[in-house]
Design a protein. Structure first.
Length: 390
Protein backbone atom coordinates (compact mmCIF):
# COMPACT_ATOMS: atom_id res chain seq x y z
CA UNK A 1 0.00 0.00 0.00
CA UNK A 2 1.44 3.36 -1.07
CA UNK A 3 1.99 6.24 1.30
CA UNK A 4 -0.95 8.09 -0.18
CA UNK A 5 -3.50 5.25 0.03
CA UNK A 6 -5.15 6.72 3.10
CA UNK A 7 -6.82 9.85 1.78
CA UNK A 8 -7.95 12.74 3.98
CA UNK A 9 -11.71 13.38 4.09
CA UNK A 10 -12.09 16.13 1.47
CA UNK A 11 -15.56 17.00 2.76
CA UNK A 12 -15.12 20.59 3.90
CA UNK A 13 -14.80 22.71 0.77
CA UNK A 14 -14.37 26.46 1.15
CA UNK A 15 -14.76 29.49 -1.08
CA UNK A 16 -11.07 30.25 -1.63
CA UNK A 17 -10.37 26.67 -2.68
CA UNK A 18 -13.19 26.67 -5.22
CA UNK A 19 -12.29 30.13 -6.56
CA UNK A 20 -8.72 28.99 -7.16
CA UNK A 21 -9.75 25.92 -9.11
CA UNK A 22 -12.37 27.73 -11.19
CA UNK A 23 -9.72 30.27 -12.24
CA UNK A 24 -7.78 27.58 -14.12
CA UNK A 25 -7.97 26.94 -17.84
CA UNK A 26 -7.91 23.41 -19.22
CA UNK A 27 -4.67 22.76 -21.13
CA UNK A 28 -4.03 19.72 -23.36
CA UNK A 29 -0.90 17.69 -22.58
CA UNK A 30 0.88 14.50 -23.54
CA UNK A 31 2.93 13.88 -20.39
CA UNK A 32 2.56 14.75 -16.70
CA UNK A 33 5.58 17.10 -16.85
CA UNK A 34 4.36 19.15 -19.82
CA UNK A 35 3.23 21.60 -17.13
CA UNK A 36 5.63 22.44 -14.30
CA UNK A 37 5.39 23.88 -10.81
CA UNK A 38 3.62 27.25 -10.54
CA UNK A 39 2.05 26.92 -14.00
CA UNK A 40 -0.45 24.62 -12.28
CA UNK A 41 -1.91 27.71 -10.60
CA UNK A 42 -3.29 28.74 -13.99
CA UNK A 43 -3.60 25.45 -15.88
CA UNK A 44 -5.71 22.35 -15.31
CA UNK A 45 -4.34 19.22 -16.92
CA UNK A 46 -4.67 15.46 -16.86
CA UNK A 47 -1.63 13.81 -18.43
CA UNK A 48 -2.45 12.52 -21.92
CA UNK A 49 -5.83 14.26 -22.14
CA UNK A 50 -5.88 16.46 -25.25
CA UNK A 51 -9.50 16.77 -26.35
CA UNK A 52 -11.24 19.95 -25.21
CA UNK A 53 -14.46 18.08 -24.39
CA UNK A 54 -12.58 15.45 -22.38
CA UNK A 55 -10.65 18.06 -20.43
CA UNK A 56 -13.76 20.10 -19.74
CA UNK A 57 -15.58 17.03 -18.43
CA UNK A 58 -12.67 16.08 -16.16
CA UNK A 59 -12.43 19.67 -14.95
CA UNK A 60 -16.15 19.64 -14.16
CA UNK A 61 -15.77 16.40 -12.19
CA UNK A 62 -13.06 17.88 -9.97
CA UNK A 63 -15.06 21.10 -9.60
CA UNK A 64 -18.04 19.05 -8.42
CA UNK A 65 -15.85 17.21 -5.91
CA UNK A 66 -14.61 20.52 -4.49
CA UNK A 67 -18.06 22.12 -4.43
CA UNK A 68 -19.82 19.18 -2.83
CA UNK A 69 -17.00 17.71 -0.77
CA UNK A 70 -17.49 14.33 -2.42
CA UNK A 71 -14.99 11.52 -1.97
CA UNK A 72 -12.83 9.56 -4.33
CA UNK A 73 -15.38 6.84 -5.07
CA UNK A 74 -17.83 9.41 -6.44
CA UNK A 75 -15.02 10.84 -8.58
CA UNK A 76 -14.14 7.37 -9.85
CA UNK A 77 -17.71 6.87 -11.04
CA UNK A 78 -17.60 10.21 -12.84
CA UNK A 79 -14.21 9.36 -14.34
CA UNK A 80 -15.50 6.06 -15.71
CA UNK A 81 -18.46 7.78 -17.37
CA UNK A 82 -16.29 10.57 -18.79
CA UNK A 83 -13.79 8.14 -20.31
CA UNK A 84 -16.59 6.15 -21.95
CA UNK A 85 -18.42 9.24 -23.18
CA UNK A 86 -15.32 10.73 -24.82
CA UNK A 87 -13.89 7.47 -26.11
CA UNK A 88 -10.58 8.07 -24.35
CA UNK A 89 -8.27 5.08 -24.69
CA UNK A 90 -4.58 4.42 -24.19
CA UNK A 91 -4.37 6.42 -20.98
CA UNK A 92 -1.99 5.33 -18.22
CA UNK A 93 -3.86 3.14 -15.77
CA UNK A 94 -6.33 1.73 -18.28
CA UNK A 95 -4.63 -1.69 -18.21
CA UNK A 96 -6.28 -3.06 -15.07
CA UNK A 97 -8.71 -2.25 -12.26
CA UNK A 98 -5.84 -1.83 -9.82
CA UNK A 99 -3.99 0.61 -12.08
CA UNK A 100 -7.20 2.51 -12.80
CA UNK A 101 -7.73 2.87 -9.05
CA UNK A 102 -4.17 4.20 -8.72
CA UNK A 103 -4.56 6.67 -11.61
CA UNK A 104 -7.89 8.06 -10.41
CA UNK A 105 -6.46 8.45 -6.93
CA UNK A 106 -3.51 10.46 -8.27
CA UNK A 107 -5.79 12.73 -10.34
CA UNK A 108 -8.26 13.22 -7.50
CA UNK A 109 -5.84 13.75 -4.65
CA UNK A 110 -3.39 15.97 -6.53
CA UNK A 111 -6.13 18.36 -7.61
CA UNK A 112 -7.87 18.31 -4.25
CA UNK A 113 -4.69 18.80 -2.22
CA UNK A 114 -3.23 21.59 -4.39
CA UNK A 115 -6.53 23.47 -4.59
CA UNK A 116 -6.92 23.08 -0.81
CA UNK A 117 -3.39 24.40 -0.29
CA UNK A 118 -4.01 27.33 -2.65
CA UNK A 119 -7.17 28.24 -0.78
CA UNK A 120 -5.28 28.13 2.51
CA UNK A 121 -2.50 30.28 1.00
CA UNK A 122 -5.12 32.91 0.19
CA UNK A 123 -6.56 32.74 3.72
CA UNK A 124 -3.16 32.77 5.44
CA UNK A 125 -2.21 35.93 3.55
CA UNK A 126 -5.33 37.80 4.58
CA UNK A 127 -4.12 41.20 5.89
CA UNK A 128 -6.27 41.00 9.01
CA UNK A 129 -4.95 37.54 9.91
CA UNK A 130 -1.40 38.68 9.18
CA UNK A 131 -1.76 41.42 11.82
CA UNK A 132 -2.28 38.89 14.62
CA UNK A 133 -0.56 35.77 13.22
CA UNK A 134 2.28 36.79 10.91
CA UNK A 135 4.12 33.47 11.34
CA UNK A 136 3.48 30.06 9.80
CA UNK A 137 4.20 26.61 11.18
CA UNK A 138 4.78 23.46 9.15
CA UNK A 139 2.66 20.49 10.26
CA UNK A 140 3.42 16.92 9.25
CA UNK A 141 0.44 14.54 9.11
CA UNK A 142 1.36 11.64 11.37
CA UNK A 143 -1.54 9.65 9.93
CA UNK A 144 0.22 8.76 6.66
CA UNK A 145 1.26 5.12 6.44
CA UNK A 146 4.79 5.72 5.21
CA UNK A 147 5.93 9.20 6.35
CA UNK A 148 8.71 10.89 4.44
CA UNK A 149 11.65 11.48 6.81
CA UNK A 150 12.39 14.98 5.54
CA UNK A 151 8.75 16.04 5.70
CA UNK A 152 8.68 14.77 9.27
CA UNK A 153 11.87 16.71 10.03
CA UNK A 154 10.11 19.94 9.02
CA UNK A 155 7.27 19.35 11.50
CA UNK A 156 7.03 22.31 13.87
CA UNK A 157 9.33 24.54 11.79
CA UNK A 158 8.03 28.06 12.42
CA UNK A 159 8.98 30.98 10.18
CA UNK A 160 7.78 34.43 9.14
CA UNK A 161 5.14 34.14 6.42
CA UNK A 162 7.44 35.90 3.93
CA UNK A 163 10.39 33.56 4.56
CA UNK A 164 11.84 32.12 1.29
CA UNK A 165 11.27 28.59 2.61
CA UNK A 166 7.56 28.82 1.87
CA UNK A 167 8.08 29.62 -1.82
CA UNK A 168 9.21 26.03 -2.42
CA UNK A 169 8.20 24.07 0.68
CA UNK A 170 4.58 25.13 1.11
CA UNK A 171 2.80 21.74 1.03
CA UNK A 172 1.89 19.49 -0.63
CA UNK A 173 5.51 18.63 -1.30
CA UNK A 174 4.97 15.47 -3.30
CA UNK A 175 2.53 12.83 -4.53
CA UNK A 176 0.26 11.97 -1.63
CA UNK A 177 1.80 14.50 0.76
CA UNK A 178 -0.69 15.49 3.46
CA UNK A 179 1.39 18.07 5.29
CA UNK A 180 -0.14 21.46 6.01
CA UNK A 181 0.64 24.95 7.31
CA UNK A 182 -1.02 26.78 10.22
CA UNK A 183 -0.72 30.43 11.30
CA UNK A 184 0.78 31.17 14.73
CA UNK A 185 1.35 34.18 16.96
CA UNK A 186 4.66 35.87 17.67
CA UNK A 187 4.75 34.19 21.09
CA UNK A 188 4.62 30.72 19.49
CA UNK A 189 7.22 31.77 16.96
CA UNK A 190 9.61 32.84 19.76
CA UNK A 191 8.99 29.56 21.56
CA UNK A 192 9.81 27.64 18.37
CA UNK A 193 13.05 29.63 17.99
CA UNK A 194 14.07 28.71 21.54
CA UNK A 195 13.31 25.05 20.79
CA UNK A 196 15.47 25.05 17.68
CA UNK A 197 12.53 25.16 15.24
CA UNK A 198 12.99 28.69 13.90
CA UNK A 199 14.66 30.33 10.85
CA UNK A 200 18.14 29.13 11.83
CA UNK A 201 16.91 25.57 11.30
CA UNK A 202 15.23 26.10 7.93
CA UNK A 203 16.73 24.33 4.89
CA UNK A 204 18.61 26.43 2.39
CA UNK A 205 16.10 27.89 -0.06
CA UNK A 206 17.94 26.31 -3.00
CA UNK A 207 17.73 22.86 -1.42
CA UNK A 208 14.70 21.02 -2.77
CA UNK A 209 15.64 17.63 -1.35
CA UNK A 210 12.52 15.91 -0.09
CA UNK A 211 10.25 17.63 -2.62
CA UNK A 212 8.96 15.50 -5.50
CA UNK A 213 9.52 16.68 -9.07
CA UNK A 214 7.03 19.39 -9.98
CA UNK A 215 6.05 20.27 -6.40
CA UNK A 216 8.68 22.91 -5.54
CA UNK A 217 6.27 25.84 -5.51
CA UNK A 218 3.56 27.34 -3.31
CA UNK A 219 0.08 26.55 -4.72
CA UNK A 220 -1.98 29.72 -5.06
CA UNK A 221 0.97 32.12 -4.91
CA UNK A 222 1.16 32.59 -8.67
CA UNK A 223 -2.44 33.19 -9.74
CA UNK A 224 -1.54 36.60 -11.17
CA UNK A 225 1.12 35.16 -13.46
CA UNK A 226 0.12 35.56 -17.10
CA UNK A 227 0.04 32.61 -19.51
CA UNK A 228 2.47 34.53 -21.68
CA UNK A 229 5.02 34.57 -18.85
CA UNK A 230 4.39 30.94 -18.00
CA UNK A 231 5.03 29.79 -21.56
CA UNK A 232 8.04 32.05 -22.07
CA UNK A 233 9.54 30.66 -18.85
CA UNK A 234 9.02 27.17 -20.32
CA UNK A 235 6.72 26.14 -17.47
CA UNK A 236 4.32 24.84 -20.10
CA UNK A 237 5.69 22.83 -23.00
CA UNK A 238 3.67 21.43 -25.83
CA UNK A 239 4.54 19.29 -28.85
CA UNK A 240 3.47 20.30 -32.36
CA UNK A 241 0.50 17.91 -32.28
CA UNK A 242 -1.30 20.06 -29.73
CA UNK A 243 0.32 23.47 -30.19
CA UNK A 244 -2.55 24.86 -32.23
CA UNK A 245 -5.15 23.83 -29.65
CA UNK A 246 -3.10 25.33 -26.82
CA UNK A 247 -2.40 28.55 -28.73
CA UNK A 248 -6.11 28.96 -29.46
CA UNK A 249 -6.88 28.41 -25.79
CA UNK A 250 -4.32 31.02 -24.72
CA UNK A 251 -5.69 33.55 -27.20
CA UNK A 252 -9.05 33.38 -25.45
CA UNK A 253 -7.40 34.86 -22.37
CA UNK A 254 -6.39 38.03 -24.21
CA UNK A 255 -9.07 40.65 -23.65
CA UNK A 256 -9.84 43.04 -26.50
CA UNK A 257 -10.33 45.94 -24.11
CA UNK A 258 -6.73 45.56 -22.92
CA UNK A 259 -5.49 46.02 -26.49
CA UNK A 260 -7.73 49.04 -27.05
CA UNK A 261 -6.61 50.65 -23.78
CA UNK A 262 -2.97 50.09 -24.76
CA UNK A 263 -3.45 51.78 -28.15
CA UNK A 264 -5.24 54.72 -26.56
CA UNK A 265 -2.35 55.10 -24.09
CA UNK A 266 0.24 54.85 -26.90
CA UNK A 267 -1.52 57.57 -28.90
CA UNK A 268 -1.93 59.84 -25.88
CA UNK A 269 1.67 59.45 -24.73
CA UNK A 270 4.30 59.70 -27.50
CA UNK A 271 6.99 58.73 -24.98
CA UNK A 272 5.43 55.33 -24.22
CA UNK A 273 7.76 52.50 -25.28
CA UNK A 274 5.95 49.42 -23.93
CA UNK A 275 4.74 46.29 -25.72
CA UNK A 276 1.24 44.80 -25.78
CA UNK A 277 0.76 41.05 -25.95
CA UNK A 278 -1.77 40.25 -28.69
CA UNK A 279 -1.79 36.46 -28.63
CA UNK A 280 -0.11 33.33 -29.97
CA UNK A 281 0.46 32.05 -33.51
CA UNK A 282 -2.08 29.32 -34.29
CA UNK A 283 -1.45 28.77 -38.01
CA UNK A 284 2.28 28.06 -38.03
CA UNK A 285 1.94 25.52 -40.87
CA UNK A 286 0.32 28.06 -43.19
CA UNK A 287 2.92 30.69 -42.32
CA UNK A 288 5.72 28.24 -43.03
CA UNK A 289 4.25 27.49 -46.44
CA UNK A 290 4.10 31.21 -47.19
CA UNK A 291 7.56 32.32 -46.00
CA UNK A 292 9.48 29.15 -45.14
CA UNK A 293 9.92 29.99 -41.45
CA UNK A 294 8.70 27.88 -38.53
CA UNK A 295 6.73 30.10 -36.12
CA UNK A 296 5.32 27.35 -33.89
CA UNK A 297 4.77 28.73 -30.40
CA UNK A 298 5.57 32.34 -31.38
CA UNK A 299 3.87 35.19 -29.54
CA UNK A 300 2.45 38.25 -31.32
CA UNK A 301 3.33 41.70 -29.98
CA UNK A 302 2.36 45.29 -30.69
CA UNK A 303 4.96 47.94 -29.88
CA UNK A 304 3.61 51.34 -28.87
CA UNK A 305 5.67 53.05 -31.57
CA UNK A 306 4.01 50.95 -34.29
CA UNK A 307 0.56 51.67 -32.91
CA UNK A 308 1.39 55.35 -33.46
CA UNK A 309 2.88 54.57 -36.88
CA UNK A 310 -0.29 52.85 -38.06
CA UNK A 311 -2.45 55.69 -36.79
CA UNK A 312 -0.30 58.36 -38.47
CA UNK A 313 0.68 56.71 -41.76
CA UNK A 314 -2.40 54.76 -42.77
CA UNK A 315 -5.28 57.09 -42.09
CA UNK A 316 -6.42 57.69 -45.68
CA UNK A 317 -4.96 57.11 -49.14
CA UNK A 318 -7.46 59.20 -51.06
CA UNK A 319 -9.32 56.04 -52.03
CA UNK A 320 -10.97 53.28 -50.10
CA UNK A 321 -8.60 53.27 -47.11
CA UNK A 322 -10.16 54.39 -43.85
CA UNK A 323 -8.49 55.68 -40.69
CA UNK A 324 -7.72 52.91 -38.17
CA UNK A 325 -9.41 53.02 -34.78
CA UNK A 326 -8.03 51.66 -31.50
CA UNK A 327 -10.68 48.92 -31.62
CA UNK A 328 -9.26 47.72 -34.96
CA UNK A 329 -6.09 46.52 -33.22
CA UNK A 330 -8.13 43.95 -31.32
CA UNK A 331 -8.64 42.18 -34.68
CA UNK A 332 -4.92 41.80 -35.41
CA UNK A 333 -4.59 38.29 -33.96
CA UNK A 334 -7.64 37.18 -35.99
CA UNK A 335 -6.21 38.68 -39.17
CA UNK A 336 -3.06 36.63 -38.66
CA UNK A 337 -4.49 33.34 -37.44
CA UNK A 338 -7.54 33.25 -39.72
CA UNK A 339 -6.02 35.00 -42.72
CA UNK A 340 -7.74 34.78 -46.08
CA UNK A 341 -4.31 35.31 -47.64
CA UNK A 342 -0.71 35.02 -46.42
CA UNK A 343 2.32 36.12 -48.42
CA UNK A 344 5.93 37.23 -47.85
CA UNK A 345 6.49 40.94 -47.26
CA UNK A 346 9.54 43.09 -47.85
CA UNK A 347 12.50 42.68 -45.52
CA UNK A 348 12.09 44.81 -42.38
CA UNK A 349 14.38 47.70 -41.43
CA UNK A 350 16.13 45.27 -39.11
CA UNK A 351 16.93 42.92 -41.98
CA UNK A 352 14.38 40.36 -40.83
CA UNK A 353 11.73 38.50 -42.87
CA UNK A 354 8.13 39.72 -42.77
CA UNK A 355 4.76 38.22 -43.52
CA UNK A 356 1.67 39.99 -44.82
CA UNK A 357 -1.76 38.72 -43.72
CA UNK A 358 -5.12 39.84 -45.10
CA UNK A 359 -8.65 39.15 -43.93
CA UNK A 360 -12.09 40.67 -44.43
CA UNK A 361 -13.81 41.48 -41.13
CA UNK A 362 -17.30 42.98 -41.04
CA UNK A 363 -16.93 44.11 -44.66
CA UNK A 364 -13.54 45.79 -44.20
CA UNK A 365 -10.34 44.34 -45.65
CA UNK A 366 -7.60 44.31 -43.01
CA UNK A 367 -3.96 43.87 -44.09
CA UNK A 368 -1.32 43.46 -41.40
CA UNK A 369 2.45 43.16 -41.80
CA UNK A 370 4.53 41.35 -39.19
CA UNK A 371 8.27 41.20 -38.59
CA UNK A 372 9.49 37.66 -37.79
CA UNK A 373 12.05 37.55 -34.96
CA UNK A 374 13.65 34.12 -34.89
CA UNK A 375 15.92 34.25 -31.83
CA UNK A 376 16.04 31.29 -29.44
CA UNK A 377 14.50 33.32 -26.61
CA UNK A 378 12.75 36.09 -28.54
CA UNK A 379 10.40 34.12 -30.81
CA UNK A 380 8.04 36.91 -31.77
CA UNK A 381 5.93 38.32 -34.57
CA UNK A 382 5.92 42.11 -34.22
CA UNK A 383 3.13 44.05 -35.91
CA UNK A 384 4.85 46.59 -38.15
CA UNK A 385 1.96 48.02 -40.11
CA UNK A 386 -1.76 47.69 -40.74
CA UNK A 387 -4.15 49.34 -43.19
CA UNK A 388 -7.86 48.91 -43.74
CA UNK A 389 -9.85 49.11 -46.97
CA UNK A 390 -13.61 49.64 -46.96
Amino acid sequence: MAAYERLPPWNKPFAEQLAFFKYKLSVPTERWNDILREAHDRAFMVAGAQSADLLNDLNAAITKAIENGTGIEAFRKDFKQIVAKNGWTGWTGEESAAKTAWRTKVIYQTNMSTSYAAGRWKQLNDPELQKVMPYWQYKHNDGVIYPRPLHKSWDGLTLPSDHPFWKQHFPPNGWGCQCRVVPVTKAKFMKAVVNGRGPANAPDQENTEGIDDGFAYAPGANMDTSFRSIIQDKLITYPPAISKALSRLMNKTVHAEDVVDFVNDALANPQLTENQFLGFVENAEAIQKAIGEDTTGFIVLLKSEYARHVNKSHARDGGQQRPPKPADFAHVITVLNEADKLMPGDESNHGLPTIKASKTILGDLFTAVFEVRLGKKNRVLNLLSMYIKV
